[in-house]
Design a protein around this ligand. Sequence first.
Ligand code: FES
Length: 105
Amino acid sequence: PTITYIDHDGTERPIEAKNGETVMETAIKNSVPGIDADCGGACACATCHVYVEESFMDKVGQPEEMEQSMLDFAENVQANSRLSCQIQISDELDGLRVTTPESQH
Ligand code: FES
């Protein structure tokens, strides 16, 4: 599946992702800027915050309780905010577009 990462300034990076990996892992492996992932995917740092494109919100779903409480530590949280280490890639998410917040650049 292809995941497109969009910088806060609009730069788009389409990446060929592997099923089962997370949106965060795929970004780190491919040196996508804007995702720090200080905690390595343990849902404990909120530096992997992304905005999910509205049309994919249904497929990506809402954050679980633990992710939601960690999101409280992220900056500029919106209704489409998710922690990218908690989004697992599958064929269903092919074409997903996520924007990285300016604060993580
Ligand atoms: Fe730390 Fe996602 S990598 S919360």
